[in-house]
Design a protein around this ligand. Sequence first.
Ligand SMILES: Cc1cc2nc3c(=O)[nH]c(=O)nc-3n(C[C@H](O)[C@H](O)[C@H](O)COP(=O)(O)O)c2cc1C
Length: 228
Amino acid sequence: MDVYEAVTSRRAVRGFADRQVPRQVLERVLSAAAWSPSGSNLQPWHAYVLTGGPLAELKRRAGERVAAGDPWDEREYEMYPPALPSPYHERRSAFGKERYSALGIEREDWEARQRAAAGNWQCFGAPAALFCYIHRDMGRPQWSDVGMYLQTVMLLLRADGLHSCPQMAWSVYRGTVAEILSPPDDLILFCGMSIGFEDVTAESIRTGRAPLEETVTFVTGTTSRGET
Ligand SMILES: Cc1cc2nc3c(=O)[nH]c(=O)nc-3n(C[C@H](O)[C@H](O)[C@H](O)COP(=O)(O)O)c2cc1C
């Protein structure tokens, strides 16, 4: 699979098949992802991979919290600015509309939306999950490094026929994740990532993207040698 195919075939998959992910594949992917760039090569990502019994236990505990209507853990970072300016607000609404209408859920049906969102804490049925932490003293550039690392992981997973879903949703149950992983106190959970083979029978969406002109500005001109 070439890089373009890996990039364009990656989607946030929210339905996974009941098929294990071989340990050696995860090791190969994560060994290669370690080559992701980072400012001054800090490599500020701390990844934990969960499978088998520990993942089942995490899903069980998270499921109990959801069923009990347990309040979310105190935020360690804001997922989105409180007032999303245009065009981000519109893009977020468009995504919500795409996601919930694919599931046949009405905009006003808050309970059905909550039920769909609860799939996050079952890793959408995935047999493997990665939890990515960052040291709490790290700044925005290092959070961006972690993003590059996570995208590299997701693209490499595609090369092995696997899919993924990055999930900030896990940050609201970070205490439950910590019960299973026991991370050091100086780490913040940025997000989880469900990993597995896609359940092709599950509902899926292909999100759109803004046209190139909306997000990219080419600044061009002719040099004295006539080059553009
Ligand atoms: C950092 C990050 C966190 C995300 N958190 C969630 C999440 O908690 N739950 C979820 O279903 N999708 C989550 N997503 C997936 C996005 O909704 C998805 O990437 C976006 O809508 C674009 O769609 P695509 O990935 O299918 O191209 C997250 C994506 C990123 C990059």
